[in-house]
Design a binder for this molecule. Structure first.
Ligand code: CP
Ligand code: NVA
Length: 330
């Protein structure tokens, strides 16, 4: 049993499967209005060095549903400024039963876990976004009734948190993962090597292509993420737009995939000009949308809001599993 939830590489396929099962049961309970305050009186600290809607709200609602209290720490705390990670970890674990961290380096969340006696959960780092993948897989399972053998094509910048974690998740759970990116935007070779080894035992496959039409052939899921991630400099849009535009998910690309293919996105998304950044970038380059067109985003094939909802149920499963061994009876 794992003490922390830092990256999917640390969990066995069985453990990941159990978390998804638990999330499905917690979702059923929530919909049925069945109370599930299994962690009454416990406390969780939520450290956010980057912005968030889904992850923060998921942690806060999940904690509240479980009977816990949460403290949101973003700006205004001493974390990393006047106090080292190791000291903050040793302070917070004297007061809290769990700690969530969203920020930059994976090394920060790993160090927090090393110095904390209570579980630490990765709410996104530059390298990994493991709670996102649990929600994605619950959503895929709800749609297709299985994970094994599903062909998931990730379009765009595959060398950041979401692309990396999807590759690990697919390798662990036996999906066929294709990253479709410009050269230089594929996941790190060392991580790819580890995933290929895992895939040998799970029946998964991992491939890298740069031709979108070829990549999406027979795809069950086309997945994308924004082209410039949190923490990357704004000036990078110039080169990213040029490189990534051929990887935009549009109706033509969806039509080139399997008939039942769905569209997924971790969100937030620049599918129209209704955001400050999206509008600025679209206007500068004469575009209506960036990584996905509005037509695809708003279509029946888009399951992005099921996916967003499932962030909460899966994060609840992670908290419960870490603090109570996943036990939901007695
Ligand atoms: N998908 C995701 O992590 O969303 P937020 O950045 O809003 O938390
Ligand atoms: N790759 C994106 C994911 C957002 C949920 C980012 O890091 O900004």
């Amino acid at each position: 049993m794992y003490k922390d939830f830092l990256k999917l590489l640390d969990l066995s396929p069985e453990e990941i499967g159990e978390l998804i099962d638990l999330a499905a049961e917690l979702k059923r309970k929530k919909k049925a209005g069945e109370p599930h305050r299994y962690l009454e009186g416990k406390n969780i600290a939520l450290i956010f060095e980057k912005t968030s809607t889904r992850t923060r709200c998921s942690f806060e609602v999940a904690a509240s549903d479980l009977g816990m209290n949460s403290t949101y720490l973003a700006g205004g705390s001493q974390f990393g400024l006047k106090e080292s990670i190791a000291d903050s970890a040793r302070v917070l674990c004297r007061m809290y039963d769990a700690i969530e961290y969203r920020g930059y380096g994976q090394s920060v969340v790993e160090e927090l876990a090393e110095y904390s006696s209570v579980p630490v959960i990765n709410g996104l780092t530059d390298e990994f976004h493991p709670t996102q993948i649990l929600a994605d897989f619950l959503t895929i399972r709800e749609r297709f009734g299985r994970l094994k053998g599903i062909k998931l094509v990730y379009m765009g910048d595959a060398r950041f948190n979401t692309g990396n974690s999807l590759m690990v998740g697919c390798a662990k759970m036996g999906l066929d993962f294709t990253a479709c990116s410009p050269v230089g935007y594929f996941p790190d070779p060392e991580l790819t090597g580890r995933c290929s080894k895992i895939a040998e035992n799970t029946g998964a496959s991992i491939s890298f292509l740069s031709d979108p039409k070829e990549a999406v052939k027979d795809a069950d899921v086309i997945y994308t993420d924004i082209w410039v991630s949190m923490g990357e400099p704004e000036e990078i849009w110039d080169e990213r737009i040029k490189l990534m535009l051929p990887y935009q998910v549009n109706t033509e690309l969806m039509d080139a995939a399997g008939e039942d293919c769905v569209f997924m996105h971790c969100l937030p998304s620049y599918h129209d000009k209704n955001t400050q950044i999206g509008r600025k970038v679209c206007e500068k380059y004469g575009l209506d949308a960036l990584e996905v067109t509005n037509e695809v985003f708003e279509s029946d094939r888009s399951i992005v809001f099921d996916e967003a909802e499932n962030r909460m149920h899966t994060i609840k499963a992670v908290i419960l599993s870490l603090l109570r061994g996943g036990k939901i009876n007695g």
